[in-house]
Design a protein around this ligand. Sequence first.
Ligand code: EPU
Length: 422
Amino acid sequence: MDAMDIVGGRRLEGRVRASGAKNAALPIMATSILAEGPIRLKNVPDLADIRTMSRLLAVLGVKVEREPGGDLVLNCTSTRKNEAPYRIMKTMRAGICVLGPLVARRTKVKVSLPGGCAIGDRPVDLHLKGLRALGANLDIRHGYIVGPGKRLRGAEMYLGGPFGSTVTGTANILMAAVVAKGVTVIDCAACEPEVQDLCRALVKMGAQIQGIGSPRLVVEGVERLTGCEHTVIPDRIEAGTLLLAGAATGGDVTVEGARWNDLFALVHTLREAGAEVEHFDDTIRVRARRRLKSVDVTTLPFPGFPTDLQAQMMATLTSADGISVITEKIFPDRFMHVAELGRMGARIRKEGNAAVVHGARHLSGAPVMASDLRASAALVIAGLVADGKTTVSRIYHLDRGYEKIEQKLGRLGAKIRRYRES
Ligand code: EPU
């Protein structure tokens, strides 16, 4: 298992590029089950989750190839394979994105429920509600979603749940609705940029979708979808993490592949905290010339502040002046990083789905353990700020979502080293 040593206290400075968005690429890869022809994807990051999805699709009859130039080419060569096994699904929740395409294209489906998750409950009731509305008679048996597929009919549905809409649920239902007979109306659809990117890829394949980016998607089913070529959007969460690392270290960091329209909640929050933030085309520059001030943050579905940046924002606010309240409205238990940040000297009190961060703390390097992807990124930011050496172990969590993060941070002046733990 790899670990990472960070020697903190250095100001980050320079220019860096965000990779393609993992959470956009994963559902778009699943569209290969629907397409009659190859899907060529550009800007797909080289990450553990992408490799897991490739393995899952291979089991489902899709040939997946990474070309020397970096393009990912997916071609469905068998329409008989219909089982997404537990052994793969337990390692990555996003595997659930094959459910919609399988329901649309196979006469029978068997998809394992994904495994447990460190960030809290992750039910799939809304996925099932939407697919059932389209006529798929799905059931849960022995840990698998099973039932007949094909012969779907358009329907009207409402996807709002107790914590807002569902990102991968919207993706699943969309991927089934685009080839269902008739019109589907999805109300309270997720508006996240990753869902918009999926819509754009589906439209290139011949799908008819209106309302892209809005909470009402109207889909007119078509009989067949062709292959397509698509460039995946840049990763707003990676870009946001790099911007926060820049702000937390009092630095001056410019991130290419940081789209203002995808990141304005973070940008406004950083400005409120006293950082200077400018944006040009697809580039955002953050400068923190003074110590940051406290700021209250509430995570919400897009365009609100993303839950996937909550942990990194918390790490940044541990050294800001004043008391910040961070409220988590998407995953109320997503606070695994609080205890580890505490080991580094942060003073954070958890109260239900909120965390009260007493700022102006002087963090000191410590051995810490990564528990999930974004919590790991928060520990890296804390390590960059802290005095002395921080060792982050179990960084395979980080590798699920950040491509070459140590190289990127190194280029900005961080002292960071990855090595194999004995
Ligand atoms: N929910 C339900 N019922 C459902 C589905 C979701 O109640 O059927 C609830 C969830 O429990 C949660 C909320 O709705 O409280 C939102 O969950 P959502 O379904 O939107 O999450 P997801 O699709 O499973 C994606 C990202 C996550 C990101 C969330 C929220 C991918 C592959 N994953 O998950 O990314 O946190 O949306 O934006 O797109 C990450 O990258 O670190 C990550 C966890």
